[in-house]
Design a protein around this ligand. Structure first.
Ligand code: URA
Length: 442
């Protein structure tokens, strides 16, 4: 039996606040300090689903519809505040909510770059395969997006997967437990091009309105920052078509599905963090892309930045000797990469936000190479991969796991050049790595 949309709504107990009442003149595009509110029932055309909060109810799906969505941190809007607006009309509650959120209540965990980066990855991981992401912004305590689910992908599933993936990673990163997001998300269908323009402007402008930056393109955690220089022509795809936005309009490339060529090119010209302003080029890595051994260092130095290859300076020569001790050779069954692909000025330590921005590249390299073992070269690589502050002396000497692979920690060759007495310990590390590899093969 096929249920009509009306039947579905009734069945699910989901009551849209407005209903299609006939054709209406389009509202002018505008830039507002609160998200453009839905028009009253009498002014709506082509609309089958309205403002509602989902609560625990399952979602209905308006095929091909574009949605404006807001979800927020659990502590961003206290229940008592919400209750105080209980009697207000829906549009007023929506405006109050937007204003309240922009004031930055709660712990505002999303201001931490490494946390915002995770949310950004959650949003972009499946953009293009499950939905078209037109605009997004990660504010201190909430997230706005404009998206069109692709065929066979329900908005409810998309939001659930984005929120739960991000919550899991963020809780892991911060060593916290418990609810991260408010269970409910707010969403509504975008009814036409004008509303799309207004909502897109709202999303892009939100950080400026909230006083987080002077220019919308300066805000790092949104589609606007990525899109700087482009002027996409936003349109609402027709409700009944499986329309996918053209590539030029897609705000973010999905690193997790890139092939080698795309990945290398993306790394070389990456501008995700400020390091691109001072580096010569991004340095993807070097070696056998089917290698069993993956060596991961910290970041390119001056020589690597110039030549575009990791470990080519003095430290690189010693690394080659270490490979020789394992009867390995650069380029043969070995791949060498760094945690950071761009050189930090003056070879300073990588910053957390730089590592967070760069790590998806390394993760994709690992997925493509599928090595049998990883050797983390030096403190910075080891601590960032294992997400710990434990000193390198305590990390070496045992086999860790990274993304399901054995990982052995050893000293950085640059350190060994300064402290040759520790070369004996590095030798022990290599013996441990070789033994681990041998056991894998046995
Ligand atoms: N040190 C590193 O960690 N990586 C390089 O590529 C060069 C020096």
């Amino acid at each position: 039996m096929t249920l009509s949309r009306e039947d579905c709504h009734r069945e699910l107990g989901l009551l849209p606040v407005w209903r299609l009442k006939g054709a209406a003149p389009a509202s002018p595009a505008r830039e507002t300090d609160v998200a453009p509110a839905p028009s009253p029932a009498s002014s709506r055309a082509h609309l089958s689903q309205g403002i509602h909060t989902r609560g625990y109810l399952p979602h209905t799906k308006a095929e091909g519809a574009t949605y404006f969505v807001t979800f927020r941190l659990a502590d961003s809007l206290p229940a008592a505040v919400l209750e105080s607006w209980a009697e207000a009309p829906e549009t007023e509650r929506a405006r109050n909510t937007e204003r309240y959120l922009d004031q930055g209540a709660g712990e505002c965990l999303l201001t931490r770059p490494e946390v915002a980066e995770i949310v950004q990855r959650a949003l972009t991981n499946h953009a293009d395969s499950r939905y078209t992401l037109h605009e997004y912004v990660v504010m201190p305590n909430h997230v706005h997006l404009l998206l069109t689910p692709l065929a066979n992908h329900a908005l409810s599933e998309i939001l659930h997967s984005v929120k739960s993936w991000a919550a899991h990673k963020i809780n892991d990163l911060l060593g916290r437990t418990g609810t991260l997001w408010q269970h409910e998300s707010f969403d509504r269908v975008v009814r036409d091009d004008d509303e799309m323009q207004a909502l897109a402007a709202y999303v892009r402008r939100n950080p400026v309105k909230a006083g987080l930056c002077a220019e919308e393109t300066a805000f790092r955690w949104g589609s606007c920052w990525k899109d700087a220089g482009e002027t996409p022509a936003l349109q609402v795809p027709p409700h009944d078509a499986d329309t996918v936005a053209p590539a030029s309009r897609r705000p973010v490339a999905d690193v997790s599905v890139m092939d080698w060529d795309t990945l290398r090119a993306t790394i070389k010209s990456c501008t995700l963090c400020d390091l691109h302003k001072t580096r010569t080029q991004g340095v993807p890595g070097v070696g056998d892309i089917h290698a069993d051994w993956l060596f991961i260092g910290e970041a390119p130095g001056a020589d690597e930045d110039r030549q575009g290859e990791p470990f080519v300076g003095q430290a690189g020569k010693l690394l080659d000797a270490m490979l020789g001790a394992l009867r390995l050779k650069r380029g043969e069954n070995v791949y060498i990469a760094n945690v950071l692909k761009s050189r930090p000025p003056g070879n300073r330590d990588p910053r957390p936000e730089e590592v967070a921005a760069c790590l998806p590249y390394l993760e994709r390299q690992i997925d493509l190479i599928q090595p049998k073992i990883i050797v983390a070269v030096g403190r910075i690589a080891a601590q960032n991969l294992l997400r710990t502050d434990t000193p390198i002396g305590k990390l070496r000497g045992r086999v860790h796991q990274y993304r399901g692979l054995p990982l052995v920690v050893t000293y950085h060759p640059a350190y060994l050049l300064r402290s040759p007495a520790d070369k004996a310990k590095a030798w022990e590390d290599l013996v441990l790595a070789a033994g681990t590899m041998k056991n894998l093969r046995a």
